[in-house]
Design a protein around this ligand. Structure first.
Ligand code: CA
Length: 578
């Protein structure tokens, strides 16, 4: 009896230690590049495309930095922060709408030829563009072509003046078209609305088309006069020094019926013509479109490179980054990414990845873990695609501010610069969104700059590694390595430069990994590397891999390591002429 119990205890101890040992990472996961395939960009890209090394940054002017203490962010505020942006590796800033508007976010424009006086003067804007250019930063502005404000003088005249030149600038009918489904996903919002804003107006009782909201009627973009005017507006801003545009609501230009309100052939033809004009005015123009859909729809706007130069990838975060982080499994999300890569309809460089924006919300709210945020930023900057975009605050993991009570304002709250009142956003005594979560100052730029292990310091070092390596900062070949969960690993190659990125997606368990990259890393020297854990000696791993092609490493839970390599061959020099 006694011996039986002893035997059972011994058995239990052995089984437990075996199981425990496995969880602790005794099992070694092999990562080898033998059976994987290099993916090459199948479309010809101008070499090197000027955006490839860069990083884009979306700014909500009202919330970025207030230079004059009135509680509203402004152009001069951005100008003051250009050196900060430069320190993030930013090469393109996208300013959300800068025009006069009655709405705080600016997407219902009142005058396309002016700047919002709350943001500063036209001279302030021109100065921002000039100072940005001095630092090698391009300026993109938001272009809201699909609709105007209902208070825009064009709409008022179109509604009230039977002889107006703007009469057919909007989509009107005096016969009730019935209830069409809303194409933008806002099912409660009617697309045909009765005009009753002005008593006795010529259009009183008529219906106007509006894909988003009755306060922003759609322009009639089949009217050549409207198209001509929009081209003039675009040229006006290009002449001001603007380098390109972010196109708002690109899918909804022309509705042809209840079942044809998005992505219609007329819409695509409109953009093809419009882009042809922009490229004529400014051949190197950078245009990234909001095609709020998956890549299967986005590809319709590539058209062999004749339409937009880039479209945002709305699935990058939801179908790739978040599933990796939540499920801690690599296979399915990696396959998703490769399906974009394999598309015959567009090059992967057409798809612009991002983690957060002003409509989909902040990544820092969806994934509340610093380690995961570091992984996400690494994936953003090291997986193939077009110019990666940050939303202001992504570099510090800024979450949404739940104290903001203005509609959608939680995603567009003030930037946290310091741990002073209002996060150092203003020197004044109030801010435009009144209430804010004072706890957020704890993750401000200044606080993170003083913490070696912060998201911001990790991000800056990652940018340094990225820009030191052509394998990461050019349109490079790409290979997802065969691994077992929870390990994700991929390599990139440009000429004879290489990068490897390896990540332990497990939230709890460290993993021992045997790296065998002898097939790839031949005759290379280690360049630079970074780990999301400051305790990992990445340089010795990199040097070992460079000399032997192999290394055994223990990855901590949620650790990601990026290593870059250059050719060991002596640089060829031209024989000197005697
Ligand atoms: Ca201000």
């Amino acid at each position: 009896m006694h011996r039986k119990i002893m035997f059972f205890i011994l058995f239990l101890t052995v089984s437990l230690s075996f199981a425990f040992g496995q969880e602790q990472g005794v099992e070694k996961l092999k990562v080898s590049d033998k059976d994987s395939k290099w993916w090459n960009e199948v479309f010809t890209i101008k070499n090197p495309p000027d955006w490839a090394k860069g990083i884009g940054y979306e700014i909500f002017v009202r919330s970025f930095y207030d230079s004059n203490g009135d509680g509203i962010g402004d152009f001069n505020g951005i100008t003051e922060k250009l050196d900060y942006l430069k320190s993030l590796g930013v090469t393109h800033i996208w300013l959300m709408p800068i025009h006069p508007s009655k709405n705080y976010h600016g997407y219902d424009v009142l005058d396309y030829y002016a700047v919002n006086p709350q943001y500063g003067t036209m001279e302030d804007f021109e100065n921002l563009v000039k100072e940005a250019h001095k630092r090698g930063i391009k300026v993109l502005i938001d272009f809201v072509y699909n609709h105007t404000s209902k208070d825009h003088p064009w709409f008022i005249d179109s509604a009230t003046n039977e002889n107006s030149k703007y009469k057919d600038w909007y989509v009107w009918t005096n016969v009730d078209p019935g209830d069409w489904p809303n194409p933008t996903g806002q099912s409660k919002q009617r697309v045909w609305n009765k005009f009753n804003f002005i008593k006795g107006a010529y259009r009183e009782g008529w219906y106007f088309y509006s894909a988003f909201n009755f306060t922003i009627p759609d322009l009639n973009l089949e009217n050549p006069e409207v198209i001509k005017e929009l081209k003039n507006i675009a040229k006006f801003w290009i002449d001001k020094g603007v380098d390109g545009f972010r196109i708002d609501a690109a899918r909804f230009v022309t509705a042809k019926g209840p079942d044809a309100q998005a992505d219609t052939p007329e819409t695509i033809a409109f953009w093809k013509d419009f882009m042809g004009y922009l490229k004529k005015v400014k051949p190197d123009i950078y245009v990234v479109a909001e095609i709020f859909a998956g890549p299967d729809i986005v590809q319709k706007y590539y058209q062999g490179g004749t339409t937009f130069t880039h479209g945002f990838n709305f699935e990058f975060s939801t179908s790739f980054v978040i599933p990796l982080l939540v499920a801690s499994k690599a296979k399915v999300p990696s396959a998703k990414m490769l399906s974009w890569y394999n598309s015959k309809a567009f090059p992967i460089t057409f798809l612009v990845p991002f983690l957060s924006n002003h409509d989909v919300g902040r990544f820092g709210t969806k994934i509340r873990s610093e380690d995961s945020h570091k992984i996400a930023l690494t994936l953003l900057l090291t997986t193939p695609g077009g110019l990666p975009f940050l939303y202001y605050g992504d570099e510090i993991g800024l979450p949404e501010d739940s104290k903001v009570i203005i509609g959608d304002g939680e995603m567009r709250s003030i930037m946290m610069w310091t741990d002073e009142p209002f996060g150092g956003f203003t020197k004044g005594t109030r801010i435009w969104h009144a209430r804010f979560d004072t706890n957020l100052v704890k993750i401000s730029v200044k606080v993170q700059e003083n913490n070696p292990n912060s998201i911001l310091n990790y991000y800056r070092k990652l940018v340094e590694v990225r820009s030191s390596s052509k394998a990461l900062s050019q349109v490079a070949d790409f290979k997802v390595l065969e691994t077992s969960d929870p390990i994700l690993a991929y390599t990139r190659k440009y000429e004879d430069e290489y990068a490897i990125i390896i990540c332990n997606l497990s939230k709890r368990d460290p993993k021992d990994v045997v790296l065998d990259l002898r097939e790839v890393l031949k005759d290379v020297k280690y360049n630079k590397g970074i780990s999301s854990s400051i305790d990992t000696d990445v340089n010795s791993i990199g040097q070992k891999l460079a000399s032997t092609g192999q290394a055994e490493i223990t990855l901590k839970p949620k650790e990601i390591i990026t290593l870059t390599f250059k050719s060991n061959k002596p640089v060829k020099t031209e024989p000197s002429k005697k």
